[in-house]
Design a binder for this molecule. Sequence first.
Ligand code: UQ1
Length: 452
Amino acid sequence: MIRGGIKCAEGVAAAPSISASLSTTTKQSFSSTLRNPSLTSRDHKVVVVGAGSAGLAISHQLLRSGQFTQHDIAVVDPAAWHHYQPGWTLVGGGLRNREELRQPLSGLMDSKLKFYNQGVATFIPEENQVTLDSGDRIGYNQLVVAPGIRIDYQSIQGLPEALADSDSLVSSIYGYDTCDKVFETVRKLGKGTACFTQPSGVIKCAGAPQKIMWLASDYWRRAGLYSYSGDSPIKISFATGLPVMFGVPKYSAKLDEIRRERGIEGDFQHDLVAVNSNTATFALPDGKGQVSKHFDLLHVVPKMGPHAFIKESSLANEAGFVDVDAGTTRHNKYTNIWSAGDASSLPTSKTAAAITSEAPVLVHNLLCTMAGRKFDTQYDGYTSCPLTTEYGKVLLAEFKYGAEPKETFSWLGIDQAKPRRAFYHLKKDFFPWVYFKSMVKGTWGGPKGWLK
Ligand code: UQ1
């Protein structure tokens, strides 16, 4: 359990004190309102950009500290719905309905939070302000930036058209609109080649591209359409832009062993660039050109990257992510700006599990900063990937910075690289439940259990 309340080391904070900073903000907002009277300007102690897993967990953890009153904290997000995205793999495997994995965003928000249901246009960190899509400006003392990343469907030529075509067997678990097409395509395929892709570059949940492959292959095996000997109507290939099955050697070795046992072809360093009818074209590394392959079913994972309003702001690092310290989650240049989740530069695998560990660190350090005290809490890079390796079994990869395993159940003498039924129930039943019941409300600390 994580202890409640905040305890900060005594000392002088690097960030400006609340009163000093707020009065500056107020003066600046007032003068900008005078310059342009159509602008409404409001100030908040904390503005949280994004109401996804990170934004909601952080906003509610801040609120639960007891240090904020009505509308001290504002949350900015243009979305109407909040999705439990880790569940989309289950939808692709026919285990869940996509409708039960989403809730109206406004209903998930505590009434003490001020909700701006719109996007952010620009950041003005020098003035402690954010411009909204409406043109309004809001001021902050502390800013949390957690809008996630965008899926770039255009990154693969022909993909948007192929996904939209209901007759094509091309789909993706990475979007609400396409995740239930995945199971339809799996059911429709009676024979031929099924290809599952993973791009090079940063994506969310780096294990998901193969999770859906393991489920589909198990579906076909049970239907008598696929056998591990390779002598069956369906053949399967995993075409990944990466040189290995997974970024952590311990789990990568196990997953490659499973791949070989199951007769799945591994096309490593194959980065999908185009889809044209039943042909997929891949870029090869080191100027080796391109290769085209025939497929009958294609599961695609598009490239992903930062939103333009982050990438083009002074908050971003060269890669376009919010440039924060890997331990403290605080911005490397602006001492009252913080980031967690997919939009952040935190050099770990982008998952909801990672947010269970990032959020308490960010919240603790932010509250200490507001109180004018030093902080000492560091995020260790914890992240997790519960990998469905078949119906009924999950390999629970958990690791931290340095691709080093950090397994929650090691004290039971369990090796989590071995797929298990208990982990399957964590993934399929417990995590979706605890997510909406506790995580978005700020009371779930992941491997540490419920937060006080
Ligand atoms: C977790 O807390 C969580 O959040 C609900 C997940 O959902 C996406 C996870 O996948 C994982 C692994 C955790 C970590 C928690 C435990 C108990 C291992």
